[in-house]
Design a protein around this ligand. Structure first.
Ligand SMILES: Nc1ncnc2c1ncn2[C@@H]1O[C@H](COP(=O)(O)OP(=O)(O)O)[C@@H](O)[C@H]1O
Ligand SMILES: [Mg+2]
Length: 231
C-alpha cells in the first residue's frame, strides 16, 4: 500500500516543534531570537509553522505572518513584511499611537492605510532604510509589551533585497523585545540564487544573512520524514 504523504495529524517533528516552542517561550520572557527554518519544498515548513502558530494563539501570543512571492529578481520591496504587518493597520490597532512621530511616519511609508504615508523608502537610501528598520523594531517592541509576538516570514529564498536586509538587521538588533521571528526558506533554491548573484556559499544559514555579519541565529533544518513515520 502506498504511504500517505499528508495527514490531519502532525506527524513527527516533535524535536523541531519543541525547539521552536522553546524559542517562543524565551521570547515571551524577553529573550528574542531569529530562527531560520530550512528545508526543501514540500518537506513541511508551512505545516510546522501552522502548528507553532496555533499553539502560540492559544497562549495569547500575536501571530503575524507574511509570504514571499516568487517574482524572479524583479523585486517588490518588503512584500512579506508588509503582508505580515498589514492586519494591524486593517484592524486599526492602537499600538501605532505608542510610537514616536518619527517612527510612525517611517512606518506609514511601508504600510499604506496608516495616516501620513509617503513614497516607499528606496533600497539604496541606507539612512532612510535604517530609520525604517528601527521603526519596525519599535513597533515589535510595543506589540511585545502587550503580548508575545510570533513574526513569521515564509519562503524568504524568494524575498526581495529589502526584506533580506531587514532580516539581517533583526538578527543584529533584537535585544529584549518579546519577539520570536522565524524565516522559512528552501536552502537549495537559496544557494542557486546566491550562485547566480555571485554571493559566497557558506555551509550553515543563507549566504545573504551570514555575509551580513549575523553570528547568532538559530537554524532548524527539516528533512524528509521517513516513510514509516507517516504510516
Ligand atoms: N509533519 C507532517 N505531518 C503531516 N502532514 C504533513 C507534515 N509535514 C507536511 N505535511 C503535509 O505535506 C504537505 C506539504 O507540506 P508544507 O508544509 O506545505 O511544505 P513546505 O512549506 O515545506 O513546502 C502539506 O499537505 C502538509 O500538510
Ligand atoms: Mg510552505
Amino acid at each position: 500500500m502506498a504511504a500517505r504523504v499528508t495527514s490531519d495529524r502532525l506527524v513527527g517533528r516533535d524535536a523541531e516543534l519543541s525547539e521552536l516552542r522553546a524559542a517562543l517561550s524565551a521570547a515571551a520572557a524577553g529573550r528574542p531570537s531569529l530562527v531560520l527554518l530550512a528545508g526543501e519544498s514540500g518537506v513541511g515548513k508551512t505545516r510546522l509553522l501552522g502548528e507553532l502558530s496555533r499553539g502560540a494563539r492559544e497562549e495569547r501570543a500575536l501571530v503575524l505572518c507574511g509570504d514571499s512571492i516568487e517574482l524572479g529578481d524583479g523585486e517588490l520591496p518588503y512584500a512579506p513584511l508588509v503582508s505580515a504587518l498589514r492586519p494591524l493597520v486593517r484592524d486599526g490597532d492602537d499600538v501605532f499611537d505608542e510610537l514616536s512621530p518619527g517612527a510612525r511616519e517611517a512606518l506609514a511609508r511601508l504600510l499604506p492605510g496608516l495616516p501620513g504615508g509617503g513614497a516607499l523608502v528606496p533600497a539604496q537610501d541606507a539612512a532612510a532604510q535604517a530609520h525604517l528598520f528601527e521603526a519596525v523594531l519599535d513597533l515589535l517592541d510595543a506589540l511585545g509589551g502587550r503580548r508575545p509576538v510570533l513574526l513569521i516570514l515564509e519562503d524568504v529564498h524568494w524575498a526581495d533585497r529589502s526584506t533580506r536586509a531587514f532580516l539581517a538587521f533583526l538578527g543584529r538588533s533584537l535585544g529584549a523585545e518579546r519577539v520570536l521571528a522565524v524565516a522559512s526558506y528552501r536552502r537549495w533554491e537559496d544557494n542557486e540564487r546566491a550562485l547566480r548573484l555571485g554571493e559566497p556559499l557558506p555551509g550553515g544559514g543563507p549566504p545573504w544573512l551570514l555575509s551580513a555579519g549575523i553570528a547568532a541565529v538559530a537554524l532548524v533544518v527539516l528533512v524528509v520524514l521517513a516513510v514509516d513515520a507517516l504510516s
